[in-house]
Each structure stands twice: as structure tokens, then as C-alpha cells.
Ligand binder design. Structure first.
Ligand code: HEM
Length: 498
């Protein structure tokens, strides 16, 4: 009797699964409760990484496929046109991000990255506006060049002593960290304040270890109950990071309250000034003021911008130089192009971009290879989306899987090859790499990052002969199952003045 009941229950469950699966894009058949987690884990183990596993499913099921993470339906997209259809054409329908429970708890309803709704929309608009006010676009060029010149003068001192400078990832970390810090709180990191940056970097690295599909998806109660040490690690590393990067904003507010700090309305120094001005303005409106502008909200915003802007840009620069030293012929071609544009008599400037197609193509190829997110953030659709003829029901987790998209051989022939010229042979390809994401939740720091990549790579190659110093490759990923790519960054470079 029990046996018959078990068979009946199994048939009902399987029938139910078949019914649900019928309207979804193809994918492996999900088991009740665990969905496809076992297949995903197996393929990630078999192919030694999460991107390779997602690519395996793409080859088997096509450019839009379904994976069930337990009871949750997720749809992964690995092609540009379909991503455009989902996130631009249907942009309004999937504007919300699926919020990782633990990161949502840290953000406490504030900020941009782990937030949705009115406050997210308001703060995203504000951030883009504040960046524009502070000169992001062409004005940022001054900040980046000042920073780069500062770093280069340290390198030059080393070169005049030893004939060459040995460069590690720290050069890129400090350059990028200083640009963000200058933009956010008006301070660059020099020899005296470098230790402050190293604290931020240590806290940042500590939070990276638990940035994976598992820790980011399970409910907080589950982590607290079954994995208290992991919960503590994630919580404490993020809280420490938050309190460190927001210290300046809190101190400035206190000084403002006691009349010891004034902001020039027409010339705010940095992001914190622009925010504090807006906060004052909204407070002045009384009841009708927008509550999104509070010190708690500013603190989370600073944490978001630091977290999203530092590792992404610095890792791209480091990965870029690894690829460049492995391909000296690319360095020569870039240098030839830059010599024509600058006559070797001036720095490379953002204005030169339209005259440097080979450098632009190389940066695109670097970003395609670096592809920072192994698993992109999921969006949630509020209304049914008709995607390639499939009806994606509300509540589905949908994502353009950038890592797998950028190694899709249907778009990028021979994807493992470092081949900047692929973008010159086919100009349409430039549009099809989307390292900053696509649609309404795409990266707010895209302009900042593009400025840094162009000016730092271009001007370093104009000034120095760059070679590998010892073994220097990217084959090993530190955490191949992490949501973000964390390559082995132990490589070193030799810089000699040209
Ligand atoms: C090479 C460098 C960078 C890369 C590759 C990158 C990539 C990305 C990607 C893929 C997303 C998610 C898009 C999506 O959900 O579809 C994102 C979001 C975001 N990025 Fe970046 N990013 C970079 C630099 C920066 C910088 C410099 C900042 C700011 C200083 C920044 C701030 C943000 C923020 C705040 C979000 C969340 C946007 C939202 O949810 O509305 N990023 N970035």
C-alpha cells in the first residue's frame, strides 16, 4: 500500500515538473526539491569552473536555457541579441535585481547594488548626475592623469636607481583605489596614506571569499543556523569594510553640524559633498523631503561604489597587462598607433579615442578575456516576458551570463585566442561584448572604468617598455566557483623607460 502511495506521489510530482518545464527554455530535467543543483555542481567540478559549466549547458541547450536552483527557476542567456531582447526591449519588466539575502541585510534597504524600487531608482539617478557634476566624462581625465603621473614618478625613481622597476598588481590597485577615493572623498593615496588603502584592500579581499552562488543565494537563517562561521565571515568583513569607507562622510557631517565644514554649492569637492548638499536641501523641505538622502544611505552608497569599482577595474588592468606581455606584437602595434597620434610629444588623451582603433580593440579584447563576473547578478521579471517564443513567468531569475557569453564561439571565433584584430575584422563585435552588463541595471561606473582603462593602458605603453618578470599567466583562477573572477595575481612586470 505504502509502495503504491509512493509511486502515485512520485507520478504526481513528475507530472507537475513536466507541466512547469513545458513553457520554459530548454534545460536539464529538474528533480523535485534540488532542481539541477547536482548537475550544475557536477559540470562545474568536471570542467573546473562555473563559467565552463555554464558554457557546457549553452552548447547542449542553446543560448537561452533553464536551470533550477532547488525550487527556483533561473534562465541564463549567453548571446548579445537575446540579452538585448530581455533587458533592453523588456527592460521595464525586469528592472529589479534578485537580492542576495545576506547582502540585502548588510545594505539594509539602502544603496544601489543590493537594493530595488524607488530608493534604488532615485539613488542611481543621483549618482549618475553627481558623477557628471564632478566631471566624469572628460573632467575625470585630470584626476586619472594626476594619479598616473604620481605613480609613474615613483616608478621613475626606482628605474633611475635600478635601471628598471618591478611592478606588481599593487600599481593597479593603488591607481584605481586613488581615483575612486579622490572622486568619492577627495583624497588620493600617497606614500603617507598608502597604509589606509591597504586596510581597505584587505577588508575587500576578505569579503570576496564568500562571494559565490551558494553564499549569495541561501537565506540568512540557513547560514546562521548551519554555517555560522561563514555567516560571521561575510557579515563581519562587509561591516568592517562599510565602516572604514564611510568614516570620512560621518566625520564631515559632524564637522558640518558644528560649523567647521562648509560646502561650496557651486564647486563641491567630491561625491560626499554633492550628497551632503542634497541631504541638506531635502531636509530643508521638511515632511515633503526625500528620505532617501540620509547618512545611512550615503554610507551604503560609498560602500557600493567602492566594492563595485575597485576590484573590477584593477583586475581588468592587471589581466590586461598579463595578456600584453604575453603578446609583445600587440604592444608594438599599439605603440606604433600611439606614436602617430601623439607624435611621441604628449600624453594620450581621451580626445584621441576615435583615432586609436587598435588600442580600442585591444581594450575590448582584454575586457572580453577578463570578463569579471563568472555568474552575473540575476534580475527578476514582474510581468511575463515573451523571450524567443518562451513565456517567462513573473518571479523567474534571469541573467545575461557575461562570462559564458564572452567565450561563446558562435560570437567570438576561437574564443581562447587573444586576438584584438577580431574587433577590426568585424566592427559589429564591439557592440556584442557587454562587460558592463546591459539594460537598466548596467554598471553606473562604466564611464569611469573606460576612462581609466584607456588612459592607464595607453599612457603606460607610451612611457615604458613592459615585460614579464618571472612567470606571469592567468590560467589559474583563485576561486573558479566564485561569482566574480579572481585570477592568480602573483605575476610581476618589468618597466623600463622608453
Ligand atoms: C572594468 C570595470 C567594471 C566592470 C567590468 C563592471 C561591471 C559591472 C557589471 C557587469 C554590473 C552588473 C550589471 C548587471 O546587473 O547587469 C555592474 C554594476 C554596477 N557597477 Fe560596475 N563595473 C566596473 C566598474 C565600476 C566602477 C568604476 C563603479 C563605480 C565607481 C561601478 C559601480 C557599479 C554599480 C554601483 C553597479 C550596480 C548598478 C545597479 O544595480 O543599478 N562599476 N558593474
Amino acid at each position: 500500500m505504502i509502495f503504491l502511495i509512493l509511486i502515485a506521489v512520485t507520478i504526481i510530482i513528475l507530472f507537475n515538473q513536466f507541466r512547469k518545464v513545458k513553457h520554459l527554455p530548454p534545460g536539464p530535467f529538474p528533480l523535485p526539491l534540488i532542481g539541477n543543483i547536482h548537475q550544475l555542481a557536477y559540470q562545474a567540478w568536471r570542467h573546473k569552473g562555473i563559467v565552463a559549466a555554464l558554457s557546457y549547458f549553452r552548447r547542449k541547450y542553446g543560448n537561452v536555457y533553464t536551470l533550477w536552483l532547488g525550487p527556483v527557476v533561473t534562465v541564463s542567456i549567453t548571446d548579445y541579441e537575446i540579452s538585448h531582447e530581455a533587458f533592453v526591449k523588456n527592460g521595464r519588466k525586469c528592472i529589479d535585481r534578485q537580492l542576495s539575502p545576506i547582502l540585502k541585510k548588510v545594505s539594509d534597504g539602502h544603496g544601489i547594488q543590493f537594493n530595488n524600487g524607488e530608493e534604488w531608482a532615485e539613488l542611481r539617478r543621483f549618482t549618475l548626475l553627481a558623477f557628471r557634476k564632478l566631471g566624469v566624462g572628460n573632467g575625470l581625465e585630470g584626476i586619472v592623469m594626476e594619479e598616473l603621473n604620481g605613480r609613474c614618478s615613483e616608478l621613475n625613481s626606482e628605474i633611475s636607481l635600478n635601471g628598471k622597476a618591478i611592478v606588481t598588481v599593487e600599481l593597479f590597485d593603488l591607481t584605481v583605489g586613488s581615483v575612486i577615493n579622490t572622486l568619492l572623498v577627495g583624497k588620493r593615496f600617497d606614500e603617507n596614506t598608502k597604509s589606509d588603502f591597504l586596510i581597505i584592500k584587505r577588508l575587500f579581499d576578505a569579503s570576496a571569499e564568500t562571494f559565490n552562488l551558494f553564499d549569495l543565494s541561501v537565506p540568512v537563517w540557513f547560514l546562521k543556523t548551519f554555517l555560522p562561521r561563514r555567516y560571521k565571515m561575510t557579515w563581519e568583513s562587509r561591516q568592517n569594510f562599510l565602516s572604514h569607507v564611510s568614516r570620512e562622510a560621518e566625520e564631515r557631517l559632524e564637522r558640518m553640524k558644528t560649523g567647521n565644514y562648509e560646502i561650496d554649492k557651486n564647486d563641491p569637492r567630491d561625491f560626499v559633498d554633492v550628497f551632503l548638499l542634497k541631504m541638506q536641501e531635502e531636509k530643508g523641505k521638511g515632511e515633503s523631503g526625500n528620505p532617501s538622502y540620509s547618512i545611512e544611505s550615503l554610507k551604503i552608497l560609498l560602500y557600493d561604489l567602492w566594492l563595485a569599482g575597485q576590484g573590477t577595474t584593477s583586475t581588468t588592468l592587471y589581466a590586461g597587462f598579463v595578456k600584453l606581455v604575453q603578446h609583445p606584437e600587440v604592444i608594438l602595434k599599439i605603440r606604433e598607433e600611439l606614436a602617430k597620434v601623439t607624435q611621441n610629444a604628449r600624453d594620450l588623451s581621451l580626445q584621441d579615442r576615435r583615432n586609436t582603433p587598435y588600442l580600442n580593440a585591444t581594450i575590448a579584447e582584454i575586457q572580453r578575456h577578463a570578463s569579471i563576473l563568472n555568474v552575473n547578478f540575476w534580475r527578476l521579471n514582474h510581468e511575463t516576458i515573451d523571450l524567443q517564443g518562451y513565456q517567462i513567468e513573473p518571479g523567474t531569475w534571469i541573467s545575461a551570463q557575461l562570462g559564458a557569453l564572452h567565450v561563446n564561439e558562435e560570437l567570438f571565433e576561437n574564443p581562447k585566442k587573444f586576438d584584438p584584430e577580431r574587433f577590426l575584422r568585424n566592427e559589429k563585435l564591439l557592440q556584442q561584448i557587454i562587460p558592463f552588463g546591459i539594460g537598466k541595471r548596467s554598471c553606473v561606473g562604466e564611464q569611469i572604468a573606460r576612462t581609466e582603462l584607456y588612459l592607464v593602458i595607453g599612457n603606460i605603453l607610451l612611457r615604458y617598455d613592459v615585460k614579464a618578470h618571472g612567470p606571469c599567466d592567468l590560467e589559474e583562477d583563485e576561486f573558479p566557483f566564485s561569482s566574480a573572477k579572481l585570477p592568480d595575481i602573483s605575476g610581476k612586470f618589468e618597466f623600463v623607460k622608453l
